[in-house]
Structures are given as structure tokens and as C-alpha cells.
Ligand binder design. Structure first.
Ligand SMILES: Cc1ncc(COP(=O)(O)O)c(C=O)c1O
Length: 443
């Protein structure tokens, strides 16, 4: 028998396996952000693309001391499998974090997961058969898109404005779906400092959304990685606290308040749902890392997690302001963008004639990256929009990155002007620059 020397990944090799792949795998698509991590890892590239928390802010000596303590006190358990639902001491820490956002939760209502990302996967695994409807915001978290796709969900995206998801449009959408006899499996929302749009759902809309869920017995998946990263204004109640834990599956994570490398998040859910999530997790990975759970437990026991959060808030607030100022200076008058009161992202909208996927190729030649808007939609929308991250980059890199983006955008605007004979627009007053997210036409 001869050894097949066809290069790996060749068309021939793909063909060899394709007849074996599950139908589900046809829907699988790569996450735009994951793809970009390879490009943006190049040191010369300023990445405003990935939503990285700034882990350089975590004191090395604290990390060393806590890890040493774990190693000395808990070698055997830290190196062992743990319970699927997570360690008790970690769930006690989660109770504290949720209390800081006004939620009273019992340890038994929680499951520790491998990042918040796993909650999205487990919720899809639990609820979604191929073709089932999931309602999400438009734009939605780009990392949820591959998950919805791989479960072959039919995702209906409801547009937002500065107050988050439009509840009127949601109500119309639900009405239309009801007429088609299609009950959504869940409504996926990131109410606070939304990724990618940066907007926050108003209190009135939060109440209305929970009311709709109760009236129509619909499950809401509330994804809240950023609620504690508030830079101004008063905190708003989470959907879970308004709902009382009846219809809301709540997703939290340590990624943005402590470390993404721990890969630890959680879900708080009504018990029947929690049991299914637990069964799904048993099949997926048995349990989340005992080693990093020990680190979290030691951290909450030995350090002031709120003080670190204050430090992050101050840093990200400043970087947000630097980015807003740079956008003002470098983007042409035709562009608009959101002014987030927290979180990690700004969403910018360019003139319709600019395609941000094409623009990214030009931007990369200038060694700067952003996430093109289409990554946040499942229906091809978002072509002239982009997500910009300000948390993981220094002030200077934010200024320089935005300058480079401004350069490529301005070139496109000038080219369009030359081709059409139209003059570039004058810059509107700053208050008029808040992104007027278009409303979806009722269909
Ligand atoms: C809205 C949202 N949900 C979930 C996640 C997943 O985060 P992790 O798996 O690191 O907890 C992220 C990460 O950026 C996010 O922005």
C-alpha cells in the first residue's frame, strides 16, 4: 500500500471526508473574530477588531501568589476532574458577582461553564432543532453567529436604536411568526453595552420585553458580560431580576471582569432548563477546568475583585473617550457611530456605498483591523458597518488605528465623490452623530 502524499486540506482530501460529514456541519461557519486573531496577532497590526480585555492590568505578583497558593493547598483537587455544575466556592463567588448587579440567586440555580460562550452552545443544544426560530438583535454578537449557524437555527434579527432592541418591531415580528405557527425557541439579547452596537436597552424596554416573555411564555437568553463595565449613568436592572428567574436564562462570565484565559462563565436558569444544560455539558466536556476554578476561588477569597473592576472601568472609560475623540477627528462627516456608556465596543456606520468587508482588506494593508459589520448578521446586512474595540489597545494605538481607518475611509469617500461628482458632506453637530440604527420594515 502506498502512502497518500496529497497535501493536507486539498480539494481531494476535503472530498474524501465530505460524504461523511453531518448535515449540521454544512451550516458551520467560521467566526470572523477567530479568523482575524491570526492576522491581528502580527505585531505590526493595530487590532481594533478583537474584544480583548486588557490582561496586562492584572498584577503579575498576584497571579503568582494565587497560583502558588492553589498549587500548595490544593494540588490533588486542582489537577482533578470536578463536578459538572462547578465548584461550590466558585458558585459562591458568582452569587456575589450577580448580587453586585442586583440579582439574588441561589448556588443551586447556577452552572459553571467553559466561558459564557459555552452557555450559548448549551442553550442551542437544549432548544434548537434545525429550522427552529431564534430571535436576536440586529446586529448581534459575532461569536454567537457560528453557534446559531451550526445548530441550523433560523435567526430573525430585530433592529435596534439607541435604546436597544425595538420592542415594537419585536412585537410585530412575534405576531408574524405566530401567524406562521412558528414559536421562537428563545430571544437572545445583550441588554447592557451590547456587543457589537454598544447600546443599552432602556428600563422601559426591559420591562416590556419581560412582560412579553411572560405573556407569550417565551424564553429569553440574557447575555451579560459587560453589565459591570459601566463608565457613566446609573445601573439598570437585569432582565433576570425583572423576571424573577422564570423565563430568563442568564449568562455571565469572568472573562471581562477578571480574565478570559480562565475560560470560566456561568448560567443561572430555571431548574428544568438547568438540568438540560448540565446534561449537555456532561456530553461536551464533563466539567470546566478545576485548575482555573481554584484560581477564581482563591482570588475571591484573597483579593478585592471590586477594586480590580474599578481599575478596569477607569482604564476602559479613558480608552473609550480617546476613541470617540479620534473618530471625531479622523472619520469623514458621512460616518456615524454609537457612544457607549460601558462595555468594550463602538459601532460605526459608513456611507452605504462603502463595503466594510472590502475596506478591511485595504485597512489591513495599513496594518489596522476592525470587525466588518456583516459578521454580526446572519442575513447579509451590516455591509457598511463596523465594530471597533477600545479595551485591548493603548491610547496611542487607538489614535493611530483610527487615523489609519479614517485614511482608508476618506479615500473611498473621495473616490466616490470623483466618480459621482458629489461633494463630501459637512460634519453634523456631535449630538446628531449618535448612530440612528435603521428600523426594520415590518414584512
Ligand atoms: C456578548 C458576548 N457573549 C459571550 C461572550 C463569550 O465570552 P467568554 O466565553 O469568554 O465568557 C462574549 C465575548 O466576547 C461576548 O461579547
Amino acid at each position: 500500500m502506498t502512502i497518500d502524499e496529497t497535501p493536507k486540506g486539498s480539494a481531494h482530501e476535503i472530498e474524501r471526508y465530505s460524504g461523511l460529514f453531518a448535515r449540521r456541519s454544512q451550516g458551520m461557519r467560521s467566526s470572523a473574530m477567530r479568523d482575524m486573531m491570526a492576522i491581528t496577532a502580527r505585531p505590526e497590526v493595530i487590532s481594533l477588531a478583537t474584544g480583548l480585555p486588557d490582561t496586562t492590568t492584572f498584577p503579575a505578583e498576584d497571579f503568582a501568589a494565587l497560583m502558588t497558593r492553589v498549587a500548595v493547598d490544593s494540588t490533588a483537587t486542582a489537577l482533578q476532574y470536578g463536578p459538572t455544575e462547578g465548584q461550590d466556592d466558585v458558585r459562591r463567588a458568582i452569587v456575589q458577582v450577580m448580587a453586585a448587579e442586583g440579582m439574588a440567586v441561589e448556588e443551586e440555580d447556577l452552572i459553571v461553564t467553559t466561558g459564557g460562550q459555552q452557555v450559548i452552545d448549551l442553550v442551542c443544544r437544549t432548544f434548537v432543532d434545525p429550522g427552529d426560530v431564534v430571535v436576536a438583535e440586529g446586529p448581534t454578537y459575532p461569536g454567537a453567529v457560528p453557534c446559531f449557524s451550526s445548530f441550523q437555527a433560523d435567526v430573525v434579527q430585530v433592529e435596534m436604536d439607541d435604546d436597544g432592541m425595538s420592542i415594537d418591531v419585536l412585537a410585530e415580528t412575534l405576531e408574524r411568526l405566530r401567524a406562521e405557527n412558528r414559536r421562537p425557541k428563545f430571544i437572545y439579547t445583550i441588554p447592557s453595552f451590547q456587543n457589537p452596537a454598544g447600546v443599552t436597552m432602556s428600563l422601559e424596554r426591559r420591562r416590556a420585553l419581560v412582560r412579553i416573555a411572560h405573556e407569550q411564555e417565551l424564553v429569553i437568553l440574557e447575555d451579560n458580560p459587560y453589565g459591570l463595565l459601566r463608565y457613566e449613568g446609573d445601573p439598570l436592572p437585569t432582565l433576570r431580576s425583572l423576571d424573577g428567574g422564570r423565563y430568563v436564562v442568564y449568562l455571565g462570565t469572568f472573562s471581562k471582569i477578571l480574565s478570559a484565559g480562565l475560560r470560566l462563565g456561568w448560567a443561572a436558569a430555571p431548574r428544568p432548563i438547568l438540568e438540560k444544560l448540565n446534561l449537555g455539558k456532561q456530553a461536551a466536556d464533563l466539567c470546566s477546568s478545576a485548575l482555573t476554578q481554584h484560581f477564581v476561588a482563591a482570588y475571591f477569597d484573597q483579593r478585592d475583585w471590586r477594586a480590580y473592576l474599578d481599575k478596569l472601568r477607569a482604564l476602559y472609560r479613558r480608552r473609550r473617550d480617546v476613541m470617540l475623540e479620534a473618530l471625531e477627528e479622523h472619520l469623514p462627516a458621512e460616518a456615524t457611530w454609537t457612544r457607549p456608556r460601558g462595555g468594550l465596543f463602538i459601532w460605526a456606520k459608513l456611507p452605504d456605498y462603502i463595503d466594510t468587508t472590502d475596506l478591511l482588506a485595504r485597512a489591513l494593508r495599513e496594518n489596522v483591523a476592525f470587525v466588518p459589520g456583516r459578521a454580526a448578521y446572519l442575513d447579509g446586512r451590516g455591509g457598511s458597518e463596523m465594530r471597533l474595540n477600545f479595551s485591548g489597545v493603548s491610547d496611542d494605538d487607538i489614535r493611530e488605528g483610527v487615523r489609519r481607518i479614517g485614511k482608508v475611509v476618506s479615500e473611498q469617500v473621495a473616490l466616490y465623490g470623483t466618480l459621482t461628482g458629489l461633494k463630501p458632506a459637512a460634519r453634523p453637530a456631535p449630538e446628531a452623530q449618535v448612530l440612528p440604527l435603521r428600523r426594520r420594515e415590518a414584512s
